[in-house]
Design a protein around this ligand. Structure first.
Ligand SMILES: O=C(O)CCC(=O)C(=O)O
Ligand SMILES: [Fe+2]
Length: 342
């Protein structure tokens, strides 16, 4: 049986305790512990999920190259100081064929982390107000809206696990969530890359489709993904089949990260996903809801919890995130803040 991805209205998560909220919690936990993907709708800030409003953020891709280059990260431009936040350009030879920007909490002024020497807390290089009037304010509003949704899902997951609903709260004060804007152009057939190989293409519904987003699981707690109405995202279901994640307006696709999978001893599933090439250019806006950099992750007080050695979120994230192609070549720039007990 192919299990579909459920769409769940989450308005009740923003109200007082009620039987309706309990039912929503149960549906979320069923998705989290089952297929590991869901779509959510009906929440404060859902007005963002229209083509016009997403377009207010995606305007950044229309900047001239000279303006985008000012935002590049150190691994793409050695004159830059930012290593973790900022612009990643297209990598024509990589499986993932995308460009975009990673932004941190400083854009929404929720940071309280300035002055830190941790690259995970560095400020985000942003276009000037003159280059893109009104854009910064829109990005800040969107960031705050997604923090609110992430927070509501985090509490719902706590309740769904049978834990106090505030158990995760302290971990997320001054969290380092990432707002990412992605553009996947059509692959240039003359780029000198043979995309017929198995790494670069798959058969889907009898058709050969290029891969533009390499198969992976996300690193963080929960990911809130706005798609632009263009298909391409696929999730691996429990039977190991790739199923399409519908890009419906008014919904966010939600998947769970490896941090949460580890924290819950596999109770929540960090589902693998990938992007196959649609016929048109594609944009997406993932928001990775994440704890504070110095959060100590230790086994949860649940009877089913498996023992593991506590670790710092920042150490774990750096190890994981720097394996992605857009973060290549920077692993050596941050040392673990806590030595492993051997
Ligand atoms: O573009 C998409 O739809 C998915 C992006 C994604 O999986 C990611 O950035 O982690
Ligand atoms: Fe992802």
């Amino acid at each position: 049986m192919t299990q579909d991805i459920e769409t769940i209205g989450i308005a009740d998560l923003f109200g007082p305790p009620s039987p309706a909220r309990d039912r929503t919690d149960a549906r979320i936990m069923a998705a989290a512990s089952g297929i590991g993907f869901m779509a959510v709708r009906d929440f404060p800030g859902d007005a963002w999920l229209t083509p016009d409003n997403r377009g207010r953020l995606l305007r950044i891709f229309a900047l001239p190259d000279t303006e985008k280059q000012k935002l590049l990260r150190w691994n793409f431009d050695r004159t830059r100081k930012n290593v973790y936040r900022g612009w990643f350009p297209l990598q024509p030879k990589a499986v993932s064929y995308k460009e975009g920007i990673d932004m941190g909490p400083d854009i929404a002024d929720t940071a309280g982390i300035s002055g830190s020497d941790d690259p995970l807390c560095e400020p985000t290089p942003l276009p000037t107000e003159d280059a893109l009037p009104g854009w910064r304010a829109a990005a800040a509003d969107y960031y705050r809206a997604m923090e609110t949704v992430g927070n509501a899902l985090m509490r719902s997951i706590a309740r769904g696990l049978g834990l106090p609903e505030t158990i995760f709260d302290p971990y997320f004060e001054h969290g380092i969530s990432t707002l990412r804007l992605i553009r996947y152009p059509l692959r240039d057939a003359n780029a000198g890359v043979d995309i017929s190989g198995p790494d670069f293409s798959v058969i889907h519904k009898g058709e050969t489709r290029a891969i533009i987003g390499r198969e992976h699981a996300d690193s963080g707690f929960v990911t809130l993904l706005a798609q632009d109405g263009v298909e391409g995202l696929q999730a691996k279901n429990l039977a190991g089949e790739w199923i399409d994640v519908p890009p419906a307006n008014g919904t966010l696709a939600v998947n769970f990260g490896q941090l949460l999978e580890r924290w819950t001893g596999g109770g929540v599933r960090a589902t693998r996903h990938r992007v196959i090439a649609p016929k048109t250019i594609r944009f997406s806006i993932p928001f990775f809801y994440e704890p504070r950099v110095d959060a100590e992750i230790a086994p949860l007080p649940m009877s089913s919890a498996e023992a593991f050695e506590p670790f710092l979120y920042g150490d774990y994230l750096w190890e994981s995130a720097t394996n992605f192609v857009e973060m290549s070549g920077i692993k050596h720039l941050r040392q673990p803040r806590r030595a492993k007990v051997s």
